[in-house]
Design a protein around this ligand. Structure first.
Ligand SMILES: [Zn+2]
Length: 207
């Protein structure tokens, strides 16, 4: 099992030194991310699902993100963080409303700047990370990336979903009506609290 990472890091120093950080971070401090996933307590308290309780106890990585961060400075003196985050979380399947395991695996390239004006001048491959002061919260940085990597709608594979029999009969009935499924997708997207953030991020990248 990998070592826990510090909560606060001096990004400018790490980037100038070309440092690397590898380890794991607890999801406990990531309140916004935790709104999008099922917490251990949510699942264990559901007495109808004793099986999941066992799964969670065996699954040591639940509740943590495995992180790999490379800090550096490019030829144009832009400081950057090239990172990866992996986490196994539970979400509610929107078809059967039972918990399902979702493996998150996200890569990101952050351009580190000290003010918004410089963020606008970063080369296009960098997602701006504006930092203030010497100490930055590592969980906050990782949390943003994990939120963006969450699926907008969690669904079991059809053959693993306990509502799949129901779904087959519903879709057979609905056939001929055309675009009903698209409407559902749109509605799910609008209801997802993180969809706003992902839209913002996409728009930000165009500049
Ligand atoms: Zn399901």
């Amino acid at each position: 099992m990998s070592a826990p990472l510090p909560d606060h890091i001096d990004i400018l120093r790490l980037a100038r030194q070309g440092s690397k950080l590898v380890g794991r971070l607890s999801l406990d401090g990531m309140a916004r991310f935790r709104q999008g996933i099922l917490l251990q307590d949510d699942i264990v308290n559901t007495d109808q699902k004793p099986v999941l309780k066992d799964v969670l106890q065996e699954h040591q990585d639940i509740g943590f993100a495995n992180i790999e961060l490379e800090f550096g400075e490019d030829d144009e003196h832009n400081l950057f963080i090239n990172g990866k985050a992996q986490a196994s979380v539970y979400m509610t399947c929107q078809r059967c409303l039972e918990p399902m395991l979702v493996e998150l695996d996200v890569s990101f390239l952050l351009g580190v700047v000290e003010d918004e004006a410089r963020a606008g001048r970063l080369p296009g491959q960098y997602e701006p990370l504006v930092i203030t002061g010497k100490s930055s919260s590592l969980p906050e940085i990782i949390e943003d990336e994990l939120i963006l990597s969450l699926p907008l709608v969690a669904l079991h594979e059809v053959d693993q979903c306990s509502a799949s029999t129901l779904m087959t009969s519903v879709s057979a009935k609905g056939r001929g009506k055309g675009d009903g499924q698209e409407d559902d997708k749109e509605e799910n997207r609008l209801n997802n609290p993180f969809s706003v953030l992902s839209t913002l991020k996409k728009e930000g990248k165009k500049h």
